[in-house]
Design a protein around this ligand. Sequence first.
Ligand code: NDP
Length: 327
Amino acid sequence: MFNAILIEKDETRYRAHLTQLNESLLPEGDVTVKISYSSLNYKDGLAIRGKGPVVRQFPMIPGIDLAGTVIESQSEQYQLGQQVLLNGWGVGEKHWGGLAQIARLNSQWLIPLPSKFTAKDTMAIGTAGYTAMLAVTALEKNGVTPAKGKVLVTGANGGVGSFAIAILSKLGYEVVASTGRIEESQYLKTLGASEIIDRTELSQAGKPLQKERWAAAIDSVGSQTLANVCASTIYGGTVAACGLAQGMDFPSSVAPFILRGVTLAGIDSVMCPYSDRVAAWDRLANIIAQPLLEKISHEITLEQVIPTAEKLMTGKIRGRIIVDVNR
Ligand code: NDP
């Protein structure tokens, strides 16, 4: 038997609860992992709260991130006792995920745990930090350098936002942080933001082209915010779009793209190819130091996952949540 968060749905109700499951119920896969830590991402919050079509099959164990030790393997790539990491691939959406003590998985979804990190470190970073790294890499591929000007990060206090600020600042960029929680300005400055703006500046309908304010942006908010972010990006700049915390819509015009040559770079962490994931984690290992992880993350137990998901969805969580699934 193992402990897990289970989401069940029938005609009348949608319910997430902590329960015990028999290992015989685990889905198919060529590797079984004893999970040490998982994490709580925005998408897990949506899944647990039943908001948005995240869970595609029921019953489902949520959890898009996990790190742990291989305890059974039919794969030549992974041996018993090896430490592994997983982010995405539909795990926690259509295949049982990381908010449990055991997972059975497809070995092709795993990567070896980066040697610089512990399992807990990788869950402090999680999909959010790995996505921030993919977004920074996308800006660089489009020619964004610190000399080009400021970089805006929206959803600054969130997981993606916190890591985007920290990574950009480490790489020498001047970072503007947009937040609904101005009272957290000190935290954002310790991560490396040099300027803080109130997110209401960006969240209402605005003109198709606005004053040029930043050379690039990493946006985890979407909707009207993303439209305003693009409209305020300098000639030839790049905006990496990775989230929808304000909404899935994009009420923009083509003006920033055809009149200012702005590039909109889409970021997807879920189906991102193996080589790009490993490259992102290698870069994270070089950039991220232990004190930063302590600043950005805090730990909860499996039992605390459901109430914490509620807080995450109402914007009351700062940074990242690590889940110790064995406590
Ligand atoms: P968090 O919940 O940790 O952070 C989201 C942040 O967005 C909040 O902290 C808040 O920051 C801001 N925010 C929340 N609600 C609103 C709103 N209504 N309007 C404007 N800003 C808002 O989530 P994550 O950082 O884990 O994820 C952020 C987004 O990125 C999510 O939409 C998630 O689904 C997406 N994502 C996408 C990935 C991909 O592969 N493309 C991978 C990972 C995440 P503040 O209080 O500072 O304003």
